[in-house]
Write a protein that binds this ligand. Structure first.
Ligand code: PLP
Length: 422
């Protein structure tokens, strides 16, 4: 199997599993208990907290463990509602946020608040001028702009986002679930107020994550009970998961420093180059400023657009190095998933959170892709466990499968949209 669906979830790193096992076998004590064994578990939790804090250049006191990215996103938005209503009832979010932000925003509106959705450009990058206008409104309680998009890897210019939000006196949250470990996050120099992250996107297990709450800002807990996490998230801690998250964070910090993250990006780039060279009209849905989405399906590397030749796979794209979102015009992504699955290649079409849906991905729609192009889009996402040989073999499988589908296409009734896990 060639696993290229790491934005959906990642394999648990063996070192993470090894660190967790003692806490599943013998060290079962509740970290809130008073005896020696429990104090040792508490110390292990504190060490995990310090590891997560180091990855973000934060302090351990600013880390609150959660059940994952969804809970962290929900908790921040609910906190803003509780702290700001009724005087400030507006939420500002990006147009391509994950459902873990989109759905709470919908509820925010249903309960009488207002939501401003800031558009993205065709490259999926947040429109900063529109963001500036949005946060300038007098009633903004919170802005939430994702650091890296789960479907395209598009990166927000977080430095500018934070500067603009703070200049307007607005608190800023970022869903960094797909950014952590893929790009350096230094909260000392990019002073975001709240940050969400998830364990299972960084080789820790599912069901654990964290919320960074800057010591400069207030937070009103959502989960009430025994007062764990300094009262910010009650509930007996998921000790094995948190221990795993701590080790995973440490490994991610190492991977950023030792060139592994760059190696993953190089694999992704080689994969894209191979596919783009072989499939006429194929293009990456997120790329440099030169990227253009073409309604006719005739776009592609070297295509003349508006009188100039545009390179669609140029270096320096504003996206994380782990994600490749491809449009293969005229090729049905649903069919591709089936053919690639038969070849042992795991990837996604759109976002897995809407599995079974028959509408285009809202992210691609927000970027201006029409339904036909969105239905021809596949996402491949890489991790440190992928190899050069895998990237090469997967590209060959993509090329072969797309060739088959294009050959069969005459008389076809058109692409069907499917969604896959994110
Ligand atoms: N935010 C983003 C950008 C994601 O990709 C995901 C993963 O699906 C989530 C939030 C939700 O994280 P979790 O699965 O840990 O709840």
């Amino acid at each position: 199997m060639i696993y290229l669906d790491n934005n959906a979830t990642t394999p648990v790193d063996p070192a993470v599993l090894d660190a967790m096992l003692p806490f599943l076998r013998g060290r079962h004590e509740n970290p809130s208990s008073a005896y020696r064994g429990a104090r040792a578990v508490r110390a292990a939790l504190d060490e995990a907290r310090a590891c997560v804090a180091r990855l973000l250049s934060a302090t351990p006191e600013e880390i609150v463990f959660t059940s994952g990215g969804t809970e962290a996103d929900n908790a921040v938005i609910e906190s803003a509602r509780a702290l700001s209503w009724p005087s400030r009832r507006r939420l500002v979010i990006g147009a391509t946020e994950h459902p873990a932000v989109m759905e709470p925003a919908l509820r925010w509106e249903q309960e009488g608040g207002s939501v401003t959705r800031v558009p993205v450009g065709r490259d999926g990058v947040i429109d900063l001028a529109a963001f500036e206008q949005a946060v300038a409104q007098p009633d903004v309680a919170l802005a939430s702009i994702m650091w890296a998009n789960n479907e395209t890897g598009a990166l927000a210019p977080m430095h500018d986002v934070v500067r603009i939000a703070h200049a307007a006196g607005v608190l800023i949250h970022t869903d960094a679930v797909q950014a952590v470990g893929k790009v350096g996050i230094d909260l000392a120099s990019v002073p975001v107020d709240y940050v969400s992250l998830s364990g299972h996107k960084i080789h820790a297990p599912k069901g654990v994550g964290a919320l960074f709450v800057s010591r400069r800002v207030r937070f009103r807990p959502w989960m009430l009970g025994g007062g764990q996490e300094h009262g910010r998230r009650s509930g007996t801690e998921n000790v094995p998961g948190i221990i795993g998250l701590g080790v995973a964070a440490e490994l991610m910090q190492r991977q950023l420093a030792d060139g592994t993250t760059a190696r993953v990006a190089a694999l992704r780039d080689a994969f894209e180059k191979q596919v783009l060279a072989a499939l006429p009209g194929a293009f990456c849905t997120t790329n440099t400023a030169d990227t253009r989405v073409r309604g006719s399906g005739q776009g592609g590397p070297g295509v003349v657009d508006g009188g100039s030749t545009r390179a669609l796979n140029a270096a320096g794209a504003r996206r994380s190095g782990a994600t490749s979102s491809f449009c293969l015009p005229g090729v049905d992504a649903a069919g591709m998933l089936i053919l690639l699955d038969a070849e042992g290649v795991c990837c996604s079409a759109g976002s897995a959170c809407h599995a079974g849906a028959v509408h285009p991905s809202p992210v691609l729609e927000a970027m201006g892709l029409d339904a036909a192009h969105a239905a021809s889009t596949l996402r491949f996402s890489f991790s440190r466990f992928n190899t050069e040989a895998e990237a090469h073999a997967a590209a060959a499988s993509v090329i072969a499968a797309a060739g088959k589908l294009r050959a069969l296409k005459d008389g076809d009734e058109g692409p069907v949209v499917v969604s896959a896990p994110d």
